[in-house]
Design a protein around this ligand. Structure first.
Ligand code: G6P
Length: 369
């Protein structure tokens, strides 16, 4: 097992560090930036069917559901197709309105999650076109779906999903861009800009991983917290949810992810000097609004850990700790902002002596309903 961990203390840490390569492997052969095209067999063969969808319904569980939420922003932005994202377990047990004009995208790292599988079967019965985004080649879900695209993340062993999440977002971004180009809802220059920016992401992730030491120090400061709040807006709201999930899963600290603007409708009541609040405040996307959310936390003496864009000055003045991410275009920021949150929960769990790779009560693949 030590050999499989490749010199890392845990699979989770190894998998966090594998992300530059995993993202690159996921777009390799698909993203041809110099030619200005995206090739994805599963999408290319069904391009018209998917592009003409009345609606895209995304189903998944856990971290895969969070990737679906990020995709909602990307698909609506780039391809102008209405998107709904649902927990597979909720979708399957109600009487959802699905028509033949809907496209269902099922996201699953393992490709074996029982609830996601059941949702796919239901969608097929109703005549929808079902597309799979799986990591495990030949998995049940990859076989049950009508077309699909694999994330090429390689095996993910740690129960807390990391590289699966960023590679799912990579695949879904490629898909949204491809549809946007086909539909003409994204300009050629914007399309090319996004291709180049996506191609540059692995290097930026690698650079970001160098902040590990700073993040470890932050982890040491807050490891004894009983609660933690994560806030983000727009593209980074789902990242806040995912950051909170990571902390809950492996450190057993209660954490909540919230859209930053919703804080005033409830969670703000929880804020006092004991409460660490992780705020994603990248320069793109409602930056000024997030800054005022940070001010609200500060005036209630909450402790602020902020993920900012390199060179930020405003948030630095207010926050107790900042972690900088390299500049990129807004739609791609989740691929960067997620990384420090993964590392933060990893280090907190390690410092608390928890079993990082196999947290209590959780399983890597949930094949029961
Ligand atoms: C389990 C895992 C999570 C994962 C979820 C969905 O709960 O512990 O990490 O996000 O299942 O799994 P899937 O394989 O369908 O992505």
């Amino acid at each position: 097992e030590q050999i499989e961990k490749g010199g890392y203390d845990h699979f989770m840490l190894k998998e966090i560090y594998e992300q530059p390569n995993a993202i690159r492997d996921t777009y390799r052969g698909r993203l041809l930036a110099d030619k200005g095209i995206i090739k994805m067999a599963g999408v290319d063969d069904n391009l018209d069917r998917i592009a003409k969808a009345n609606r895209i319904l995304i189903v998944g569980c856990g971290t895969s559901w969070h990737a679906g939420l990020v995709a909602e922003y990307i698909f609506e932005d780039m391809a102008r197709i209405p998107v709904e994202v649902e927990y597979a377990s909720e979708f399957r047990y109600r009487n959802p309105v699905i028509t033949e004009n809907d496209v269902v995208i099922a996201i699953s790292q393992s490709g074996e999650t029982a609830d996601t599988m059941a949702a796919i079967k239901l969608a097929k019965e109703k005549g929808a076109f079902v597309f799979g985004v799986c990591n495990v080649v030949g998995s049940s879900i990859s076989r049950e779906t009508m077309a699909g695209a694999y994330t090429h993340a390689g095996p993910e062993i740690g129960v807390a999903s990391t590289k699966a999440f960023t590679t799912q977002i990579t695949v879904l971004t490629l898909m949204a861009l491809k549809l946007g180009k086909y539909k003409g809802t994204i300009s050629n220059s914007d399309f090319r800009l996004h291709l180049q920016a996506l191609e540059a992401i692995p290097k930026k992730v690698a650079k970001l991983l160098q902040s590990d030491k700073v993040i470890k120090e932050i982890a040491a400061t807050y490891k004894d917290a009983r609660n933690c709040i994560y806030l983000g807006r727009g593209y980074n709201f789902p990242v806040a949810l995912e950051g909170a999930l990571k902390l809950k899963e492996i450190s057993y600290i209660h954490a909540e992810g919230y859209p930053a603007a919703e804080m005033k409708h409830g969670p703000i009541a929880l804020i006092d000097e004991e409460m660490p609040v992780v705020v994603i405040a990248v320069r793109k996307g409602h930056y000024e609004k997030v800054v005022s959310n940070i001010q609200e936390i500060k005036s209630r003496k909450g402790k602020i850990i902020s993920v900012v864009t390199e060179g930020d000055v405003e948030v630095k003045e207010l926050a107790d700790h900042v972690i900088e991410i390299p500049e990129t275009i807004e739609a791609l920021t989740p691929l960067l902002t997620t990384i420090p949150l993964q590392l933060l929960s990893y280090h907190i769990a390690v410092l608390l002596g928890k079993n990082v790779d196999q947290p209590r009560n959780l399983a890597k693949s949930v094949t029961v309903e």
